[in-house]
Each structure stands twice: as structure tokens, then as C-alpha cells.
Design a protein around this ligand. Structure first.
Ligand code: ADP
Ligand code: MG
Length: 711
């Protein structure tokens, strides 16, 4: 679809050399049309500009060399007692040993007859004086053929930098290269360039046709390091192109041009001022600054779209409440959506008394709200009697309507998709939207996924916090961790013990937590008051357990990850996490954020199982090394990749054909800057000059970004 304008897509079977069998293999890789092929770039390149002497082969490099087979045969490795096939090759300058670990013996015997000559391509390893390569590509010379002859007869394989394509079973690199070459030679020139010439000039970009050609068959003088790092002009141009249109869409959304009028608010302090006086603390400078940014948005005639990002415990809730009060001052209703029931309950319990003192009305709606109560809440909300509706996904459901929804707040945005924001928006006449997240989203991701949101960062913790001390404790030393919990409780503090969700069975975290509750409360912690909290409890039960813990009637709270987000009990100073290696980094960071909320030294004890993977170990060590949410997020992103990082499909992260968010962050920033400049041209939506850009944008991102009135 990209770049093809209105032309019919050309099926890959139209390409010479692609029969039904090959077509099927390509389709398995998601390649259906010629254009799919063109935009499926090589995943690496091979330097076959020169054929190296064996004596000059470099350790760790993919090299091309030729030679004669001196000896070949099966042998057994000394240490691992594994059967391998070994072929010794010489070119007069030196020798190399080629090894196969998977092979058919008969086939090998026939092919690698001593005396035969061939070209070899492989990653070379040097062990002291001896050279080795595993599973090389082999290209045999014909009988009596001389090397120069062979090279000049096969210009597709020699004397240049070659593309290496991702393959599927049964498709050979050589075949793939031919197919792609035919596609590029025959069709790349038809690709239209969507970007304006001025941008190509400014950013040194190539027209799309040339970019595709270069990315597949780079000129021989292209620096290899640029090719290897994905920064050569061809690929960079294509990446830029992808980012530019996404960001152009984001910019238009941000400008609010595609959405009609919003509700401009006035800030008259009717409720915010009294609340500020009721708060048991003074807002930090960061909180105040962010609130100022929000108020400024609220006064504009188009709706606010703002994300407040701040590490766990920085105090986002009170900023949200203040924002809610501004909306209520303006005669509007507010919806607050949280990802879990426990968090919704907690928000409600925190907000309701304050609102009551201000003469306002709050209600709580979750999926476990009983039928009759639910009906009453829905009615009151529709009538406009409820000022602030707090809840879970239940608030987003169809039956929920507002009389005058002026503001939607989504807490812990990273747990929701982009869609939820859209649903919330439709429940009012373009209400303002505030989303909050404690997962510090690395800048690249923030730009690409939430790029239509303005960003405010609360970069300061409330005073008097001490960093949490984190230790990794092997499971067999668990007693030591229990001892530490006892010490804390004896000082009047409280503790969490958390059990993970185990993959094999979704219920097993529940079972683990329940079993631990039975066992611990009967044995080692029998002198203490132990509570149990998990997702299967009803609303009332959850609320009861949470408030008992909050009010100090429970010393140790054994829980599943339901406590992950937002739970706030400052007197809890120790958290023990079982099977800590099974948790993701973001989750560990969130969990740890439940302690260290008061002035006292808090600790987080990560219990590590014997069967801890290397990755698990790295996560635990990261947690021990830093409490900086941004650093943790960077490691997390690096370990998991963007899609997983944001929680799979739900996140609404765009699928890029070529761009890679980690590698291409520089290009993203450039594309974003240019796209925002473009979208801010006063006549961007009206002038004919931009109609091609608008069309391309609509074609590529129109429905994804809900861009309605452009074109
Ligand atoms: P998060 O940003 O993780 O949602 P919360 O809003 O739950 O954090 O705030 C964490 C804790 O800090 C709460 O107990 C809250 O009352 C407290 N808090 C918030 N702002 C301040 C402040 N300015 N000074 C002192 N404590 C604060
Ligand atoms: Mg919070």
C-alpha cells in the first residue's frame, strides 16, 4: 500500500523465477506483492568486493575466499563426543578447517571430493594459528574453470556488496537474491517519492526509488560500517519517510485540527484552593509546574491531550485531582479510569472524602459493582449528579454516559491502549484528556506511540524519601529475608510479600499466594497479623483488606501482583518478592515503588530461584543497581524490544516496515521536527501544495490515527 498511489498491487508471481512454490514460501514471510518485496530490505550485507587470501582472513568477519579441498570426512569431537563433518581447504597461502554440525553424510561425501575447487563464504574464526568456519556457503567451480572466469560469469555473487535476505525454509540465498534483484530492477523505478524536495535536500535523503535500489544493492563505495549499522542513505531515507508521515499525523492530532472545538475552561479556584489547604502537604515545585502546564491547556479552545509522566511515588494523583477540580469548577463531569480494581478503589477512597468536604459527589464503578448499585450510579452519571466517576474499564463500557463530560483521566496509561483514550473521548463533546504513567517511557517511544500527546514530567520526589535498598537473595537463604521482615514489623512497620503469575497456569499465582498465606500465618509469622489480597476477591473484600492494611490492622500483606500499580501505604517498609526473576523490569520497578513512600529506610528483597535465567539475573541486577525509572526502562526496552515493552498489541505501537525505534531514534527526531513544522503551516490543510502529502498521510495512517477531515 505504501507509495503505490492508486496503482493495483502487483502480485509476486508476476516476477520471473517466482513460481507457485516459491510464491508460497514468500507468502509465509508475509510477502504478497512486489511492493512487499521492495520494502523488505536485506537484514545484512556481505562484502564480496574482494576475495581474500586464506592467510589474510580476519577473525569474526564474514569473508569470501576460494581454495581446493585437501581432505574431507566425518569425525567425532573430542570433548563433546559429537559427530561433525570436516573439510580442509587450502589456497596456497594457508589452510582453513570448515565444519558442519548438521549434514547428510552421503551428500557431503559426494560434494566435497578432494581436489575440487570452490568459493566459500562464512564467518571466520581464528584460534591461535588455525582458522575455522562453520556451515559456509559453497559455490563450486566447474571442472577446469578458472577463478577469474567464474567471477566474471556471476556478477550477482562477486565483485560487489551483496544483500543478505531473511529467508524461510527451502528458499536459498542465491534464489532470493535473484528474485529481489528482478523486483528491484523492474519495479523500484515506479515508486513515487512522497516527501517534498525541500525536505530531501535539507536532510540529505534520496528519492524513494533510488533509496530502495541503494538499500538492496548498495554502490560499491558505500562504507560498510554505515551499511552494518543501518545508517546508509538508502535505508535512512526510507526510515525517515516512515517516521515523517506518522509524525505528521501525530502533529495534526496534537494541533487538534481534526477534532472540532473543545471546551475552554476558566481557572477560578472555587475548589482547587480549598483542596490545596486541606492537603496534608505542600505540592512540590514539579507538581506545581505540571499543574500549570495542564491549566494552560485547559483554557485553550481545543481539547487538551497531555501525558503526565513521573516515577512511582512522585505524586501524580494529587495533580490529577486538582485537574479534576478545575473541570468541576467549570460545570463539567470527570471520569477517572484505572487499570485495576484495587487502584480504582484506592483512588475513590482518597478522592471521595475530599470531594464530600467540597460539597461534590464521587462514585466508584467497576465490573464487580453490584447490579442495583450500578444502575443507580449509571443514572446519576447520566443525569449529571455525579461530579467524578472513578472506575476500571467498566467506565468505558457502552452503557455509561455522562451529561457533560469535560475531562477524562487515565491513570497508568501504559496498561491501556490508544483505543481506550478514543472511547473516553467519545463519551463527551471532545473532553480534555489527561493520561498518567509511572512507566517512564523512553523518549523515542513516547514520541512515536504517544506523539500526539503533550508531555509533562514530574521529575522530583516529595521531600523526605529515602531510596529503597534492594538485595538479591537466593531462595535457599529465604530465612534471612523473613528475619528482616520480622525486624521491621517489630519496629511497627508493615510488609508485603508478593507472588508472581506463573505462565503455565494463570491461577497458580493465586494458589501460591494462598498456600503461602496458610503456611506462613501458621508457622514463622504466626505471631503477626497476616492478610491476603488477590484478584479473585470481591470488591468489598479487596477494599476491606486494603483498608485494614492501610490502617495498620494487618502487619504482613501477602499478595499477587494486584498490588502492582498505585497502591499507597507509607508505613510499609519492606517488600519481599518471590521468584523475582520471573517478573519483568517494569513490573519489578512498579512493585518496589510500593515501599519507600515514607521517610524511613525501606527495603526490597528479591528472592531468586535456582532456575534463574541469564536474562532474569540481568533484570535483578539492574534493579539492585538503580532506582532510576528511566534507566530501568531503557534496559527493559533494550531487552524486550518496543512491542513487548509497551505490552504487546494493545499498546497501539505502530508496525514499521523498515524503521527500528531503537536504532533509528535520531532519524525519528528529525522527522518529527520537520513533520511538526509542516503541520503548523497555516494553509497545510487547505493549500493544493500539500494535497499529495495529505493524501499519502490519509492513506497510510488515516484510520489508525482517526484522522478524519484531511485530504
Ligand atoms: P504516583 O505518582 O506513583 O501515583 P501518588 O500520587 O500515589 O504517586 O503519591 C505517592 C505518595 O506521595 C502519596 O502518599 C501522596 O499522598 C504523597 N505525596 C504526593 N505529593 C506529595 C507532596 N508534595 N509532599 C509530600 N507527599 C506527597
Ligand atoms: Mg499513581
Amino acid at each position: 500500500m505504501q507509495n503505490s498511489g492508486n496503482r493495483q498491487p502487483v502480485s509476486i508471481e508476476q516476477i520471473n523465477g517466482v513460481g507457485p512454490a516459491v510464491a508460497q514460501k514468500l507468502q509465509k514471510m508475509g510477502l504478497e506483492t512486489v511492493e512487499d518485496l521492495l520494502f523488505c530490505l536485506p537484514h545484512r550485507y556481505e562484502d564480496r568486493r574482494q576475495i581474500r587470501k586464506i592467510a589474510q582472513l580476519r577473525d569474526g568477519h564474514h569473508e569470501v575466499f576460494q581454495g581446493e579441498i585437501l581432505a574431507a570426512g566425518e569425525m567425532t569431537t573430542r570433548r563433546t563426543r559429537r559427530r561433525i563433518y570436516e573439510v580442509i581447504v587450502s589456497d596456497g597461502s594457508g589452510q582453513i578447517s570448515l565444519k558442519w554440525f548438521h549434514y547428510k553424510k552421503q551428500w557431503m561425501k559426494q560434494r566435497f571430493a578432494p581436489g575440487r575447487k570452490a568459493f566459500f563464504i562464512a564467518e571466520v574464526k581464528r584460534y591461535g594459528a588455525s582458522l575455522e568456519a562453520h556451515h559456509p556457503d559453497v559455490d563450486f567451480l566447474k571442472q577446469n574453470e578458472i577463478i577469474e572466469q567464474h567471477i566474471s560469469s556471476d556478477t550477482l555473487s562477486f565483485g560487489r556488496i551483496l544483500p543478505v535476505y531473511p529467508l524461510t525454509e527451502g528458499l536459498h540465498q542465491k534464489t532470493a537474491r535473484k528474485i529481489w534483484k528482478t523486483a528491484v530492477d523492474g519495479y523500484a523505478c515506479d515508486l513515487q517519492t512522497s516527501l517534498p524536495q525541500s525536505i530531501l535536500d535539507r536532510r540529505n535523503l534520496l528519492p524513494t526509488a533510488t533509496a530502495i535500489q541503494q538499500a538492496h544493492w548498495p554502490d560499491n563505495d558505500t562504507p560498510l560500517d554505515l551499511l552494518e549499522s543501518g545508517r546508509e542513505a538508502g535505508r535512512r531515507s526510507l526510515v525517515y519517510d516512515e517516521f515523517f508521515f506518522l509524525e505528521l499525523g501525530m502533529a495534526l492530532k496534537r494541533r487538534g485540527v481534526v477534532i472540532e472545538q473543545g471546551i475552554p475552561f476558566q481557572v477560578n479556584h472555587t475548589y482547587t484552593k480549598p483542596l490545596a489547604q486541606m492537603l496534608p502537604f505542600k505540592m512540590t515545585d514539579a507538581q506545581r509546574r505540571v499543574l500549570g502546564e495542564i491549566k494552560n491547556d485547559l483554557m485553550q479552545p481545543h481539547p487538551m491531550n497531555r501525558m503526565v509522566q513521573g516515577d512511582v511515588g512522585c505524586g501524580k494523583t494529587v495533580v490529577a485531582l486538582m485537574t479534576a477540580l478545575v473541570a468541576i469548577e467549570n460545570g463539567c463531569q470527570v471520569a477517572v479510569v484505572a487499570p485495576t480494581e484495587i487502584l480504582a478503589i484506592q483512588h475513590y477512597r482518597q478522592f471521595a472524602p475530599w470531594l464530600e468536604q467540597l460539597g461534590l459527589k464521587a462514585a466508584l464503578l467497576t465490573s464487580s459493582t453490584p447490579g442495583r448499585e450500578k444502575k443507580a450510579i449509571l443514572e446519576a452519571t447520566a443525569e449529571g449528579e455525579i461530579d467524578l466517576l472513578v472506575g476500571t474499564h467498566a467506565v468505558l463500557q457502552e452503557g455509561v454516559s455522562f451529561k457533560r463530560l469535560g475531562l477524562g483521566i487515565i491513570d497508568e496509561q501504559h496498561r491501556f491502549g490508544v483505543r481506550q483514550r478514543a472511547v473516553l473521548k467519545k463519551k463527551g463533546a471532545n473532553p480534555h484528556i489527561l493520561v498518567m504513567t509511572a512507566t517512564p517511557i523512553p523518549r523515542t517511544l513516547a514520541l512515536s506511540v504517544f506523539g500526539d500527546l503533550a508531555l509533562s514530567v514530574i521529575d522530583q520526589m516529595p521531600p523526605g524519601r529515602t531510596p529503597v535498598q534492594t538485595s538479591i537473595i537466593p531462595a535457599q537463604n529465604r530465612e534471612r529475608a523473613y528475619k528482616q521482615i520480622e525486624n521491621e514489623i517489630d519496629k511497627g512497620r508493615q510488609a508485603y510479600i508478593v507472588y508472581p503469575l506463573v505462565e503455565e497456569s494463570e491461577k497458580s499465582d493465586l494458589q501460591a499466594a494462598c498456600a503461602a498465606f496458610e503456611e506462613l500465618s501458621a508457622s514463622i509469622f504466626s505471631r503477626y497479623r497476616v492478610g491476603l489480597l488477590h484478584g479473585q476477591l470481591g470488591n468489598d473484600e479487596k477494599e476491606e483488606v486494603m483498608s485494614a492494611f492501610k490502617d495498620g490492622y494487618i502487619d504482613i500483606l501477602i499478595a499477587t501482583t494486584v498490588i502492582e500499580v498505585g497502591v499507597d501505604v507509607p508505613n510499609a517498609t519492606v517488600m519481599l518478592i518471590e521468584h523475582a526473576e520471573r517478573f519483568g523490569l517494569a513490573q519489578l520497578h512498579q512493585l518496589r515503588g510500593r515501599v519507600g513512600r515514607g521517610a524511613d529506610q525501606s527495603s526490597c528483597l528479591l528472592i531468586k530461584s535456582r532456575a534463574c535465567s541469564e536474562e532474569g539475573q540481568r533484570r535483578l541486577e539492574t534493579m539492585q543497581a538503580t532506582s532510576d525509572g528511566f534507566k530501568i526502562a531503557e534496559v527493559d526496552l533494550e531487552m524486550r524490544g518496543p512491542g513487548e515493552f509497551l505490552g504487546t498489541r494493545q499498546s497501539g505501537i505502530p508496525d514499521f516496515r523498515i524503521a527500528n525505534l531503537l536504532r533509528d531514534s535520531r532519524v525519528l527526531e528529525e522527522a518529527r521536527e520537520d513533520a511538526f513544522d509542516m503541520a503548523n503551516q497555516p494553509d497545510f490543510l487547505t493549500s493544493d501544495r500539500y494535497s499529495d502529502l495529505r493524501n499519502t498521510l490519509k492513506q497510510r495512517w488515516g484510520s489508525r490515527l482517526e484522522l478524519a477531515n484531511i485530504g
